[in-house]
Each structure stands twice: as C-alpha cells, then as structure tokens.
Design a protein around this ligand. Sequence first.
Ligand code: PGA
Length: 247
Amino acid sequence: MMIIEVKDYQEMSRKAAEYLIEKVRKIKNINLGLATGGTPVGTYTNLIKDHKQNGTSYQGVTTFNLDEYVGLSGDNPNSYRYYMNDQLFNHIDIDKSNTYIPRGDAKYMQKECTNYEKRLADHGGIDLQILGIGSNGHIGFNEPGTSFDSTTHIVDLALSTREANARYFNSLEEVPTKAITMGISTIMKSKEILLLISGENKSEALYNLLYGEVDERFPASVLRNHPFVTIIADKAAAATIKENSIY
Ligand code: PGA
C-alpha cells in the first residue's frame, strides 16, 4: 500500500480529484467505483470544477456505487442515488444510464444483489474504486464480521454506522436499518483502490488498517491483501502513524 499524507480535508480532496482526473483522461472507457458519505464530497466538487474549467469529459465513463439504503427510492434526498446525482452526476457530462447504484427499492432485493454482480462482471469489473472507511473499519456497508468472500448482499447496519449517518436524517429512527452493498470480494476484485481518510475520528481506523491483524472483525484490513491500494490521509487521520511513510 502506498500512503500519501496531506495537510487537511481540502488537500485530500484536491489530490484525490487529480488522481481520478488523470485516470479518466488516460482510460476513456474507465469503470469507476464510487463512494458516498462525507469523505468524497470535496473530491466530487473538485471534479466538477475541473470539468467546467478544463473540459474533462465523462462521456465514456461507467460508474458503479458501493451501496444504497434498503427502502429508499432514488428520489429520496437521503438515498445515495440522490446524493450522487446532486453531488456529481448532474454537473458533469456523464450519461446517467451508465451510472449504476444498487436499487434500495427493488421488489426482490436478493435478485437485485445478483443482478448488480452480473452487471459489474458484464462490464469487465471496476478499474478504480474510491473508498472511505468507517471508524469501525467498514468498507462499503460491510460491517465487522462480514465474510471476506462476500459478494453484493443485504446487511443489517451497525448501530454505530446508523448513529454516524443520523446527521443527514431528522432522527436516528429515520436512518434505515438495512442496506445493499457490494461485498468484500466484489471490492477486492477492483484492479485498483483509492482509499480516502480524513479526520481525527478515523485515525484509529487507519492505524488498525495498517498494523492490526487481517481479520474479518476489521473489514478494511482485507485491503492489505490487495496489490494496488493508494491511501490519501490527512494529518489528523494520520496522527498515529509516521509522517510520509511508505507502508
Ligand atoms: P464518511 O463515511 O465519509 O461519511 O465518514 C465513510 C464510511 O462510512 O465508509
């Protein structure tokens, strides 16, 4: 794994966007894996800025998001479909029919899981996956204890995850209890992974990722088995590890 340490959230967002833009320009038909949550918002803002200023085009790009809340339709402002349209897709020249997000309101959720895996495989898999990390080590919505062999599946969200995400809802009760997420093995099939970590509340997670055991109790630890992971971490998140270290 390579770690790039940056000053703060803004610099992390700029660096991540530069990284993505270079790939998008180089590989015209790239399949990008995208994430939601607070972490990538600044990255998406920088992609939009670059698209408007420099004309980087997303016409050939296909995207696959990691996850979605079960029970929310795409027009619900708390759904990840809504988030992606609002934070990125509505502001760049991507063809929305090439943006895939698991359906949280599918009639048959198991079938939606199988279909999502198939769609990914039919497109040849993900070239570059953007990831955030939960303070409990989750990636996507793969909570501690998820099998490293898992494919796209339905999960019960950990209380800590629902509490962390309650800031976007009116109350904790409103936060869905289930989600559909790419599995750990789905994520691990990505050719390359870019993990973004910002803030003091993530520093223990980064430490565990680097120095803890590779164990299903800490899902992100599986990334140590991936051949091509780049981490961009800000100073607050990297407080517990050595500056500018290459792992
Ligand atoms: P955050 O979430 O970016 O909102 O901190 C990351 C995650 O839970 O994976």
